[in-house]
Design a protein around this ligand. Structure first.
Ligand code: PMP
Length: 353
């Protein structure tokens, strides 16, 4: 750190992205990426003519993308904010609405607390129930900004939509942010409540179900005045927040919805098979609704399994902590990748008997 850094940032504990080692080729089951490539429509749309227009700035209003999203979700463009990954939408939302304090579960997406610290906003974490579910009552009548990943990460568990409504309804004076990064893999969306409650903001991403993690595109849907607030931050920091090529890629992804529905179907079917295989191997597996599986065995600790699998060319994640240390989180890859994973896992379990 330099001696020039502003004091408000000098002690920030930053977010640590999942590792991307370059020492050898790994089967990557560690960052919840989609194992299938973008559609051929997307690959063709990002063509030479688009590349040769890179001397021009992108459209700061993201109108083509908003147009297809508005049509898909039956809403107006004024209800949509397009962002550089959903991380940006989440970060802007916490900046806008978190001043009085932010509440989220103790086990959830690790970026929420970083966003709070970055803004110097206070936050409270609420312990998940023993079985890793969220107790909705804990989030009712708080008067504070609430962030809930639904489905949650890294547990993969989903909270019922009527519970989400109860939380939104009971906090009319603060904004409830529902992070639906994984919703296309399972669970019901809170989007249907957006027109009913002015304090609900739903965030989505192209990184998971649309195979565009490298493109960095996400969006938020909410009441027009909430969207205006997000615009205030965008136009005060980075008006051209999505580049030309990825605006085209994301727009075409919505057009090619059928292809992505097919990929999601394959991932869900692989996920269900892997859940069964893990149970057969003696793992406890949470009922995930996402493109990852959170599971534990009493035979090997999470970090040890991670190290042993890494040695064999497979990357997964572990989560140090009293309640999460035993677990591993495995992103659902192709059937071939998952067969390799299960094969290596069996060998490791045999060796540690
Ligand atoms: N929310 C959750 C729960 C996530 O796991 C992630 C991805 N790590 C994100 C949001 C952000 O994803 P992105 O910025 O790629 O849209």
């Amino acid at each position: 750190m330099s001696k020039y850094i502003s004091s408000r940032y000098s002690s920030l504990k930053t977010y640590t992205p999942g590792e991307q080692p370059k020492d050898k080729k790994y089967i990557k089951l560690n960052t919840n990426e989609n194992p299938y490539p973008p559609s051929s429509g997307v690959i063709n749309a990002v063509n030479e003519s688009q590349l040769s227009s890179l001397n021009l700035y992108p459209d700061p209003t993201c109108s083509l993308l908003k147009n297809v999203l508005a049509e898909k979700y039956g809403i107006n463009q004024e209800n949509i904010f397009c962002s550089n990954g959903s991380d940006e939408a989440l970060g802007f939302a916490i900046s806008c609405f978190g001043e009085k304090g932010v509440i989220f579960p103790d086990i959830t997406y690790g970026f929420y607390k970083v966003f709070c610290d970055y803004n110097n906003y206070p936050y409270d974490t609420i312990p998940l129930n023993e079985d890793f579910t969220i107790n909705p009552e804990d989030y009712c009548n708080t008067g504070k900004c609430i962030v809930i990943a639904n489905p949650n990460a890294p547990t993969g568990l989903c909270l019922g939509i009527e519970r989400i409504e109860q939380i939104v309804k009971s906090n009319p004076d603060s904004v409830v942010i529902i992070d639906e990064a994984y919703i296309d893999f399972g669970g019901d969306s809170a989007l249907k409540f957006v027109s009913k409650y002015e304090n609900l903001l739903v965030t989505r991403t192209f990184s998971k179900s649309y195979s565009l993690a490298g493109g960095r595109v996400g969006f938020a849907i909410g009441n027009a005045s909430l969207i205006q607030d997000l615009m205030t931050i965008k136009y005060s920091t980075n008006p051209y927040n999505i580049d030309r090529l990825n605006l085209i890629a994301a727009t075409q992804s919505i057009v090619d919805q059928q292809y992505y529905d097919g990929c999601v179907k394959k991932i869900v079917s692989t996920r269900e098979r892997i859940k069964k295989e893990l149970v057969r191997l003696g793992f406890s597996v949470l009922d995930t609704q996402t493109n990852f599986v959170f599971a534990k065995t009493d035979k090997v600790y999470g970090k040890d399994l991670y190290l042993k699998l890494k040695d064999r060319g497979i990357l997964i994640r572990y989560f140090p902590g009293e309640r999460t240390g035993e677990f591993i989180r495995i992103t659902v890859g192709t059937d071939k990748d998952m067969d390799k994973f299960i094969g290596e896992l069996k060998r490791i379990l045999e060796e540690t008997k």
